[in-house]
Design a protein around this ligand. Structure first.
Ligand SMILES: [Zn+2]
Length: 302
C-alpha cells in the first residue's frame, strides 16, 4: 500500500540542492513528512512545481497595513523628510503623514488591505504582524479594517493585528481610551512608540501604559523604538526593563531601533545583554534609511 499524504509537491527545486536536482515534498497533518527525489505515495492534492523554487513562506514582522496604497494621498515633502540623509526630520514626517488619517474610514482602508493581502499570499508572505494606527485622527478605523481582514484571510495569511499608538500615549489626547477600546475589539498585540513622546519621563510612562494593556488583555507587545539618528534615544532600554519587570520575557518585540547604530560600544554591549535577559526580539527596518539596528552584532552577542 502506498503511503497516504494530504499534499505532494513534485519536481521542486530546493535552495540547498544543486540546480536541476528536483525533489518531491510530501505533507501530512500540516507538517512535512518526506522530502526525496521521488516520494512513493498518493495525496488528496498533487502539485507539479515543474522545477520552480520551493521555500518556506515569508514572515513580515512589521507592516503598517492600514496605510498601504496611501502614498498618493501623502505629501511628497513627508517622504523627503523621512528618507533624508540625516533623518533628523523623521518626527516631522510622521506628523505630515498624519494628514492622510484625517480621511480615515474603515470602508476605503479595507479595500487597500485586501489588495495588499492578496499580493502577500501570491508572493508567499503568509504571516504578518500588522500595525493599525490608533489616535484621535485614525480613531479605530484602521483596527476595525485589519480585524475584518484577519478573519477574511484566516487560513491563507495569518495576521496579528497590532493596536498601535502612533501619535503617542501621553501627548495624544484620548489615546489611552482608544487603545483600550482597540484591545477590547480584539487586537492581538499592544503596540507603542515611546520615543515620540516629548520627555524621558513621558517615554517611561508610555512604555508602562502599553504594558498595562498587554497584561490586562494577556497579549504580546510590539514597540517602534528610537527611530531617528539620535544616540540619546534609549527607549529600547526602557522597554527591555519593563519586559523583565512584568515577567513578559519572550513576549516583546522592538522595531526600528535606528539610534542603536550610533550607541557607544560599552553601552551597546550592556543593552545587548539586557535584551537577551528580556528575551526580546529586534526587528530591523533598513529600508527607511542608512542607519539601522546592529543585527549582526546582536547576533554575535548572543
Ligand atoms: Zn514602521
Amino acid at each position: 500500500m502506498p503511503e497516504k499524504y494530504d499534499l505532494i509537491i513534485r519536481r521542486a527545486q530546493l535552495r540547498r540542492t544543486p540546480a536541476g536536482q528536483w525533489m518531491d515534498i510530501a505533507i501530512a497533518d500540516g507538517v512535512i513528512a518526506a522530502i526525496a527525489p521521488h516520494v512513493d505515495g498518493i495525496a488528496a492534492q498533487e502539485l507539479d512545481a515543474a522545477g520552480g523554487l520551493v521555500t518556506e513562506s515569508f514572515v513580515n514582522t512589521h507592516l503598517h497595513l492600514c496605510k498601504v496604497y496611501t502614498l498618493q494621498m501623502m505629501d511628497e515633502e513627508a517622504l523627503k523628510d523621512y528618507h533624508g540623509a540625516d533623518m533628523g526630520k523623521a518626527m516631522t514626517a510622521i506628523e505630515l503623514a498624519a494628514r492622510v488619517k484625517e480621511k480615515y474610514d474603515e470602508r476605503w482602508i479595507i479595500e487597500n488591505v485586501r489588495r495588499a493581502l492578496v499580493d502577500a499570499a501570491r508572493y508567499g508572505n503568509t504571516h504578518i504582524r500588522a500595525f493599525a494606527d490608533v489616535d484621535s485622527k485614525a480613531r479605530l478605523e484602521g483596527v476595525k479594517a485589519l480585524i475584518r481582514a484577519r478573519e477574511e484571510f484566516r487560513g491563507i495569511v495569518d495576521i496579528q493585528v497590532v493596536a498601535f499608538a502612533q501619535d503617542g500615549m501621553v501627548r495624544e489626547p484620548g489615546a489611552r481610551e482608544l487603545m483600550h477600546q482597540a484591545m477590547e475589539l480584539g487586537a492581538d498585540v499592544a503596540g507603542g512608540i515611546p520615543w515620540i513622546e516629548y520627555t524621558e519621563e513621558d517615554m517611561r510612562q508610555h512604555v508602562r501604559e502599553i504594558f498595562d494593556l498587554a497584561v490586562e488583555f494577556n497579549k504580546d507587545v510590539s514597540m517602534l523604538v528610537d527611530d531617528a539618528g539620535d544616540p540619546g534615544l534609549r527607549s529600547i532600554e526602557m522597554m527591555a526593563l519593563e519586559t523583565i519587570r512584568r515577567g513578559w520575557q519572550g513576549r516583546s518585540l522592538a522595531h526600528h531601533a535606528r539610534a542603536m547604530s550610533m550607541y557607544p560600544t560599552p553601552y551597546f554591549q550592556k543593552l545587548a545583554a539586557l535584551l537577551k535577559k528580556a528575551g526580546m526580539g529586534v526587528v530591523s527596518d533598513p529600508h527607511t534609511g542608512p542607519l539601522h539596528a546592529r543585527v549582526r552584532e546582536l547576533l554575535a552577542e548572543g
